[in-house]
Design a protein. Structure first.
Ligand code: FUL
Length: 495
């Protein structure tokens, strides 16, 4: 009886202790950090978004057949570059425009592979000349990118008009061609930042399909390409490689003209996204820098630096990344006209967005600042310290606040750049920017079109993305009028 009672006591005590542990799950928040607003980006998605501005290089069989979409029946011998293709020249040229990386097309819908692959004979191995046979784009592209300190990745078309297997009602294409090709490509470097999978499965476009000419369709791309398996396999080799398109880690911005919505959430779909969508999928804008196609065509010319700058403002400046296409020609190099406009764009970006006038401000203050924690302050000084891991925030429940900037003399101001601390989610819904010459009469700038911020927002103070007209002011204030939770900003710049 006695023993029984004491056993019961021990059990009771134990269960209270266990219960106590179970209940004691409130994580300590010594730094007083704001709670995240979900969904939030993964570390891979964050790194991807920091790439901001990168190039697309469409080069391949179409470069030699004057086509945009081949049908897969093109003889390998037609691929015959006049020099050995030179990705180092491509990347050097786009680096001059401030781009941080590039994606090379290594297989387009026609199925011709620009590397020696074990999966098909339809590749550079059977090219029409020595220059073609000496081509290995994934290899030379990744080596050059690493040398130049740039990020890189590959476009590999899931749709394959050359393969007899594609859309044949079995899993042969995926198991014998597509997944092995993605794996071969992943092995060109574990530091790849993005693999680009186009969504095109043109059921209305007749293909060669290994001699069985005709049109084919697949019922459901994600199931057909075994996407979760592909994603896990590629991530195991290249952990920071975002699987664009069918991979579902980043989204198409919804047009190929190089613009994102002025309101642009990193969730949802299309140009503006959706604040209430439950998946982090920031937008990528793919645009052509030249006036003909994605591939090189004779007689084409690049857009002007001014036009490209506008595209930059309307994509990178609106919470999207920009992948800007420059097609190498039949010599395997970018034409000189492209190289020149890239240099002009680089100069323009430096002149217009290169000198932050916040550094010259005589005072920067905020009407609300979050209470500091043990190891973290949320002061406005964080906006200009060049550290993306420190940020300004308000206390919980405070969804409005004004940041005031003052200079000791009148300045000509053109743009305001804001960056949210998106590790904690995209939060800001509405803000205004005003300027003043005397600190008492204020003028609203940017035609009231200021809603979301996200990873990065660049607002032209004159309301125009095409005209570089500044405004004179000694005072500037940014008022956050609405936010999904207390707002956070890690950087503010004024140009
Ligand atoms: C599209 C493709 O069909 C085009 O040929 C091009 O590669 C573009 C970037 O994506 O959907």
């Amino acid at each position: 009886m006695k023993r029984k009672a004491s056993t019961l006591m021990v059990l009771l005590l134990l269960s209270t202790a266990v219960r106590g542990q179970l209940y004691d799950v409130t994580l300590p928040n010594a730094d007083n950090e704001p709670a995240p607003v979900h969904p939030v980006p993964s570390q891979r998605q964050l790194l991807w978004q920091e790439t901001e501005f990168y190039a697309f290089f469409h080069f391949g069989m179409n470069t030699f057949t004057n086509a945009e979409w081949g049908d897969g029946s093109e003889a390998e011998s037609r691929f015959a570059p006049t020099k050995v293709p030179n990705p180092r020249q491509w990347l050097t040229a786009v680096k001059a425009a401030g781009m941080k990386g590039g994606i090379a097309v290594v297989k387009h819908h026609d199925g011709f592979c620009l590397w020696p692959t074990a999966t098909t004979t339809h590749s550079i191995v059977n090219a029409g000349n020595e220059n073609g046979r000496n081509t290995n784009i994934p290899d030379s592209f990744s080596v050059a990118a690493r040398d130049l300190g740039m990020k890189y990745g590959f476009y590999v078309s899931p749709w394959d008009l050359n393969s007899a297997y594609w859309g044949d009602g079995t899993s042969n294409y995926v198991n014998k061609v597509f997944l092995p090709q993605c794996l071969e490509l992943a092995k060109y470097g574990s530091d790849q930042f993005e693999m680009w999978f186009d969504g095109a499965t043109g059921g209305d476009h007749a293909g060669y399909y290994g001699g069985n000419r005709g049109t084919r369709t697949i019922p459901n791309a994600s199931n057909y390409y075994d996407i979760p398996n592909l994603r896990d396999t590629v991530h195991a080799i290249a952990p920071n490689c975002v699987m664009w398109g069918v991979g579902d880690e980043a989204r198409w911005i919804g047009n190929e003209q190089g613009w994102a919505g002025e309101t642009n959430w990193a969730m949802g779909s299309g140009e503006s996204g959706n604040m209430n969508a439950w998946k982090w999928k920031a937008g990528e804008s793919d645009a052509k820098a030249t006036n003909k196609g994605w591939f090189w065509h004779s007689g084409e010319s690049p857009k002007s630096a001014n036009e490209l700058f506008k595209i930059y403002l309307e994509t990178v400046g609106r919470n999207a990344t920009l992948i800007l296409n420059f097609p190498p020609d039949q010599s395997g190099e970018l034409p000189q006209a492209d190289v020149k406009v890239l240099q002009e764009l680089g100069t323009m970006l430096k002149e217009r967005l290169g000198t932050d006038l916040m550094a010259e401000a005589s005072s920067v203050t905020a009407t609300a600042t979050r209470t500091a924690g043990a190891g973290r302050s949320y002061s406005v000084a964080n906006l200009t310290d060049g550290d993306k891991e420190t940020y300004w925030a308000t206390n919980d429940g405070e969804h409005t606040a004004t940041i005031n900037v003052e200079w000791s003399e009148t300045k000509t101001l053109h743009y305001v750049m804001l960056m949210e601390y998106i590790r904690l989610g995209q939060r800001i819904k509405q803000f205004t920017i005003e300027t003043s010459l005397d600190g008492s009469t204020w003028t609203k700038r940017a035609s009231g079109s200021t809603t979301t911020v996200g990873y990065k927002r660049i607002v032209p103070l004159n309301g125009s993305t095409s005209n570089y007209g500044g405004v004179n002011a000694r005072y500037l204030r940014v008022t956050i009028e609405d936010s999904r939770s207390c707002p956070t900003l890690h950087t503010m710049a004024v140009y």
